[in-house]
Design a protein around this ligand. Structure first.
Ligand SMILES: [Zn+2]
Length: 1003
């Protein structure tokens, strides 16, 4: 590349320091001020708007966090800043419709047939499902498969507490867009289908549920909570764990009866609430007192995913008059469907803090006879739990930033030789058109590094990029800070020229060094005046400058079991400090690494965690194995919907507060998540705790608000609001558990814990919570608990033991410190901490399909045009037939395992004359004109299409007897696994162990 590098600068060359925080006139200072104040309602300037001061003045009882008024405006935090304005139950009495109270008014006095009141009695499962002598029903696989209670119904409410046994939950308000799930999971016929006897002993086919079987799973409706928990002693399910006489061994167990997952889609809980795909509670009811929560034992929380992919165009935008977005002047809750309009429409009562607010003149509308605003149909903010607001000037302290991408490319020997650099450059080139189409303001910049840092001036008026080399690593600087991040459209020709030549420039490099830390420091200097995404592509351990590392994978830490976790934490504070600084300057770091066998992800991952970024690890990258996957995933990152300079807060009603978080973000001002960039694929865990005051109402509200800048340069606020019943009876809590969300939430917490404690301790911490809650449940069911060989649990929680068991077998948590390569474990931990509930559940219990016994319809389309997948197979070795072919999907990759006795004709029909590909490539099934090929391809294509768009499921084919077949074993989680792995047990043994602990704890 010409011109030749300019050597190290003379000593004393001017350097650009980062703008001091808070310096007058510095963007950074202004940003910082906004970040800490505006969302909270700093008087007069922040996003809470000018009336915050008035709110403060008018609120004698306003309390603040200990943080004081500098950072916390009174009233900003719903949970702790509400004055004791007499708050009774919200006025109810509307006949449903869009009046938020309507749905709950009927909770204690249901009106049969009232539209929209949504009362459904709790379904009593006891006699049908969990009765002492009806264990086979538990194993009814089909019942589980259809057990999500998704069937739309128009039924009126029958008398509470006395539903006909076997009646499905009534769910009049479920919109019809929830069609029955396909395919049926674990069909009642033998999983082996037409296969001959399996080699390791046949399973008894699971019992076929009768037609009157009630739907299972899902949690009951709001209406259930006002009702007394009648018949609760019979409202449980159970599992036979022995022949009787004591908490037994495995002898009496029938694994076919064990609960297994079907589709774990959350159900909308209450009318007008946002869809749970945005906010999914671990338990759809909140306890009225801390003591109730203690008895419940399991974590209360919710997984929020404010921007789900695919809904960019479906979420409606609300418009306000010149007075701006309407919010409660005390707690700053955004207007939502649950506020109550009073006084002829001149006031509204805040649903979170009960404060009566004046309706701004230009927002006024008269009410109809039911007290509902006449314009409600045209007001998305009043008729939908999810809405976007266009933020006005007062929500900005600087012009909205442009989408900005800065690429820090490792150009050392490994990066070049592996093809990683070439692939990266190709993907960037391939994405530029889309990036430029998304916004004409898009900016990009590049930096390459090995033992030195190389900067590229890409000014539009140049014909060629100009490179400058900086060899100063101890205190790196940025030679042309203003020319590095350039407008993509204007400088496109220079950028293309750079991408054309960068690979050639380093093609012959023998440089094995990597100054990653200094490269990030320099990138920070180049970006700090704008912010944006910093994408770092790293091929080896950093060896030079700040953040350099040694290979600590083989040190004493591994032999001293009390210190095993140290290898899972950062080696020093450099990366954490850097990431905190980046977050403050709106820089989000995404890290792509390929080093194998050890790249110290534990140290580097904090860069992603604290800046809201993501970590992607492709160990031992080769184009054949990882090329397509890497290319698709990187391209998705560069072209997907991205929200810039974002902050997120969850508010909740009086009596509750948000106390902790789990995920990738930096916390500011106690409860504000700073997200320099975020997107629909990121989810965050939010812990809910009791506040000092006791909840005084039977409905509580959660509101999640994400303020961000769109690619087009609009400042927008995405708001989700949800109503949650507050209950006094623990039985109601048990009924309302959302098992999938609870499992995913506990897996998140467990995974995070492995970073700071021993693996064994992390697993036990999760187990302890489940034991505690089942013990409590057993106390409620004294009669049932007399059967010593029976594990009893709430119907809603039947899958929880499996999720906990699967979490203990996951890459993040299983075995001892050496049973999983530490980088793989770290990648899995951080994956858990940013993934959605559905993705986590898929990782915990992947789907496995037998292809050799595909029923005729599998691989064809159903009446809705969806591909019918083959039935799921239980993840146990004894279900694996040497004459079979099994496809495993964990949402991250696909594995196709071929038994060594598989029919050669089947193999030929699937792969053609050349046979299966080797195990070290990511393959596509060849296009052959055979029935097997067509249907298998349809299945694979459909699974890939349905997976998260942020992931490409690479397909690996492994053959029984070949060393690569071991890749299958970690997926067979129901097996005991390798005997030397600590904590390993089979699903059955785990259930027995759980039962023993529950029983022991009780005595
Ligand atoms: Zn309020």
């Amino acid at each position: 590349m010409q011109p030749p590098p300019i050597g190290p600068p003379p000593i004393g060359a001017p350097r650009r320091a980062p703008p001091p925080i808070g310096a007058p006139g510095a963007d950074a200072g202004a940003r910082d001020a906004r970040s800490t104040h505006d969302w909270r309602g700093a008087p007069g300037r922040g996003m809470d708007g000018p009336d915050a001061r008035a709110a403060r003045a008018g609120e004698p009882n306003g309390q603040t966090h200990a943080g004081g008024q500098t950072h916390v405006a009174p009233g900003a935090v719903a949970a702790d800043a509400r004055a004791g304005a007499g708050r009774g139950a919200p006025a109810m009495g509307s006949s449903g419709g869009f009046d938020g109270g309507g749905g709950f008014a009927s909770a204690s006095a249901p009106t049969p047939g009232a539209p929209g009141t949504g009362i459904a009695p709790p379904v009593t499962m006891g006699r049908a499902m969990g009765g002492m002598h009806a264990p086979p029903a538990m194993g009814g696989m089909a019942a589980m498969a259809h057990g999500q209670g998704m069937v739309p119904s128009t039924a009126s409410a029958p008398p509470i507490g006395a539903p006909p046994i076997g009646a499905p939950p009534q769910s009049p308000q479920y919109p019809p867009q929830y069609p029955p799930q396909y395919p049926p999971q674990y069909p009642p016929q033998s999983p082996m289908g037409m296969a001959p006897q399996p080699p390791m002993g046949a399973m008894a086919p699971p019992p076929v549920p009768g037609p009157g079987m009630p739907a299972m799973g899902g949690y009951p409706q709001a209406g259930g909570y006002g009702a007394p928990a009648m018949n609760f002693v019979e409202d449980f399910a159970s599992l036979n764990l022995g022949p009787g006489g004591g908490p037994g061994g495995e002898a009496g167990m029938d694994p076919a009866t064990f609960p297994r997952p079907g589709d774990d889609e959350a159900r909308p809980n209450l009318e007008l609430s946002c869809d749970p795909k945005y906010m999914r509670l671990t338990c759809g009811a909140l306890p009225s007192s801390p003591s109730l929560k203690t008895r419940f034992a399991m974590p209360l929380g919710c997984i929020v995913q404010p921007l789900r992919p695919g809904d960019e165009t479906t979420v409606k935008t609300a418009h306000f008059g010149s007075s701006g977005i309407v919010r409660c002047r005390r707690c700053r809750t955004y207007i939502n469907p649950f506020v109550q309009f009073t006084d002829g429409g001149r006031r509204f009562r805040c649903n979170v803090c009960a404060l009566p607010n004046e309706v701004p003149v230009d927002y006024f509308c008269t009410l109809d006879a039911n007290g509902v605003r006449r314009d409600i149909a045209e007001r998305p903010e009043l008729n939908s739990g999810t809405v976007e607001f266009l933020a006005s000037q007062e929500y900005m302290v600087r012009p909205p930033m442009p989408p900005s991408y800065f690429f820090a490319l490792d150009v050392s020997h490994t990066a070049v030789n592996s093809g990683f650099l070439k692939q990266t450059v190709e993907v960037i080139r391939d994405s530029l058109d889309v990036m430029s189409k998304k916004s004409e303001r898009t900016r990009v910049g590049f930096l390459t590094y090995d033992s030195t840092l190389h900067f590229y001036s890409l000014k539009a008026n140049q014909s060629q990029p100009q490179m400058m080399v900086v060899a100063e690593l101890d205190d790196p600087f940025c030679p042309m800070p203003d020319d590095l991040l350039v407008n993509l459209a204007e400088s496109r020709a220079v950028i293309d020229a750079f991408l054309d030549m960068v690979c050639d420039t380093y093609a012959q490099t023998q440089n094995m060094e990597s100054a990653m830390g200094p490269a990030i420091q320099a990138a920070f200097l180049a970006m700090s005046h704008i912010g944006g995404k910093l994408l770092v592509f790293q091929s080896c351990l950093p060896t030079l400058g700040a953040g350099r590392m040694i290979n600590r994978d083989d040190t004493r830490a591994s032999t001293d079991s009390t210190k095993e976790h140290l290898l899972r934490g950062p080696v020093d504070g450099f990366f954490k400090k850097t990431s905190a600084e980046c977050s403050r300057h709106q820089i989000c770091i995404d890290l792509y690494t390929i080093a194998a066998p050890f790249s110290d992800l534990a140290s580097m991952a904090v860069l992603c965690k604290f800046t809201g970024g993501e970590l992607r690890h492709y160990p031992g990258f080769t184009p054949d194995k990882d090329g397509v996957k890497y290319a698709k995933e990187l391209k998705n990152n560069l072209t997907r919907f991205t929200a810039w300079e974002a902050v997120c807060r969850v508010r909740c009603s009086r009596g509750f507060r948000i106390c902790a978080f789990n995920g990738h973000f930096f916390i500011r001002s106690m409860d504000l998540l700073a997200l320099p960039a975020t997107d629909g694929d990121k989810a965050y865990g939010v812990h809910i705790a009791h506040d000092e005051v006791v909840p005084s109402t039977n409905i509580s509200y959660l509101q999640c608000a994400l303020l961000y800048t769109s690619a087009e340069g609009e400042r927008r606020i995405r708001v989700h609001t949800m109503a949650v019943p507050v209950v006094t009876d623990i039985a109601e809590m048990y009924r309302a558990v959302d098992c999938g969300a609870m499992g995913a939430f506990m897996a998140r917490l467990g995974a995070e814990r492995t970073l700071t404690v021993r693996l064994q301790d992390a697993r036990e911490a999760v187990m302890t919570k489940v034991v505690a809650t089942l013990r409590e449940f057993k106390l409620l069911n004294t009669q049932a608990s007399r059967a010593f060989n029976r594990l009893i649990f709430p119907e809603s929680m039947k899958l929880l033991p499996l999720w906990i068991f699967a979490a203990s077998k996951s890459t993040a948590m299983r075995g001892g410190p050496r049973d999983v390569p530490v980088d793989a474990r770290i990648a899995a931990v951080y994956d858990f901490m940013s993934a959605s509930t559905e993705e986590i559940l898929k990782l915990l219990y992947p789907t496995m399909h037998a292809l050799h016994t595909m029923p005729e319809e599998a691989g064809t389309k159903d009446e809705y045009g969806r591909v019918i997948l083959p039935p799921r197979t239980v993840l146990a070795g004894e279900r694996i037939d040497a004459r079979g072919a099994y496809l495993v999907d964990d949402g991250r990759r696909l594995l196709l395992w071929l038994g060594k006795m598989l029919d050669p004709q089947f193999v030929a029909a699937l792969f053609g004359p050349s046979g299966p590909p080797s195990a070290d490539v990511d393959c596509n099934l060849p296009h052959l004109d055979t029935d097997v090929s067509r249907r298998a391809r349809a299945v694979v294509d459909d699974i890939r299409a349905e997976a998260s768009r942020a992931r490409h499921l690479a397909l690996t084919v492994v053959i029984q007897g070949h060393p690569s077949e071991t890749q299958l074993f970690p997926y067979l989680i129901e097996d005991r696994g390798a005997a030397n792995v600590p904590g390993a047990s089979s699903y059955g043994e785990f259930l027995v162990q759980l039962h023993r602990q529950v029983s022991a704890a009780q005595r």
